[in-house]
Design a protein around this ligand. Structure first.
Ligand SMILES: [Fe+2]
Length: 276
């Protein structure tokens, strides 16, 4: 078996400036540093890292400066898209060296063709709103981009979930008109995954003939509450990341890892076989 091409995904770091806590509770800078330490220590090393939006909490330039100062510790290349907490121009200004963010004149849509897996990032940010949108021109850009490489396995990443999560307060701020997006995806079976953030927890859903995945939050998680009109709450469950492993033989396999430290690893076997 070939060494897999490894793509780590983290999401929603929600960085604040000046040591401020998110929602007066969450030390998001510390959480991102712990995530970076975890990703740097993975063996084998991931080939790259995807960050699926909400890089910062309020879109301020000083928050992006803090984000980039923290990210300097990451020893892997990384690619980002904006989330609803981001500010398009401030993000692009702070990540000026990320030239892939400058492909589209209006939005931060991008495609990267440098790897065995093709990467497409979509910008669903609607300024001042929590929900996401892809207008007709954006869907046309996606369709034209997918048509160009029909035989290359592809990841499509967007911030907002394009499916009904069952978490009521989050389903009031999804990707709007997700059916139009799903119709584009369904026409391009090379799309191995649709990756999103926003939900701050791990979910999987069938979507457009492929699998849509929501990545766990890198700091706080949205509470698992499927009641109608459930409150907009978060909790400090173990933060996590996804690790997408691709080989031509096995296709794409997605693992979930946790960022906190736990006891182990311990062996299943000793010299006598399975340990009794
Ligand atoms: Fe978020």
């Amino acid at each position: 078996m070939d060494k897999p091409f490894l793509i780590a995904q983290i999401t929603d770091p929600h960085i604040k400036a000046g040591g401020k806590l998110s929602y007066r509770q969450v030390d998001t800078a510390r959480a991102l540093t712990q995530a970076i330490d975890t990703l740097n220590a993975l063996t084998p090393r991931p080939d790259l890292v995807l960050i699926s939006g909400d890089l910062v909490d309020f879109g301020h330039p000083e928050e992006y400066a803090t984000f980039m100062r923290l990210m300097a510790a990451l020893t892997l290349p990384f690619y980002v898209i904006p989330g609803n907490h981001d500010h398009r121009d401030n993000l692009r200004a702070a990540l000026e060296s990320h030239r892939y963010l400058f492909q589209h004149p209006e939005y931060l849509h991008w495609v990267v063709d440098d790897y065995p897996i093709r990467l497409i990032g979509l910008d669903t940010l609607v300024t001042g709103k929590p929900h996401g949108e892809l207008d007709a021109a954006s869907l046309a850009w996606l369709e034209a981009t997918l048509i160009r490489r029909p035989d290359t396995p592809t990841l499509v990443m967007l911030h907002h979930h394009p499916f009904v999560s069952g978490i009521d307060h989050m389903d009031r701020q999804p990707l709007l008109d997700a059916g139009a997006f799903e119709a584009v995806i369904a026409r391009h079976p090379q799309v191995e995954r649709v990756l999103c953030g926003h939900l701050h927890r791990s979910l999987q859903a069938r979507f457009g003939g492929t699998l849509a995945l929501s990545c766990p939050g890198v700091s706080h998680q949205v509470s698992l509450d499927l009641s109608m009109d459930g409150p907009a709450h978060f909790q400090l469950e173990p933060p996590g990341y996804l690790l997408h492993a691709y080989t031509p033989q096995s296709g794409l396999i997605t693992h979930q890892g946790f960022i906190e430290c736990y006891p182990g690893p311990y062996p299943f076997f000793d010299a006598n076989g399975l340990i009794d």
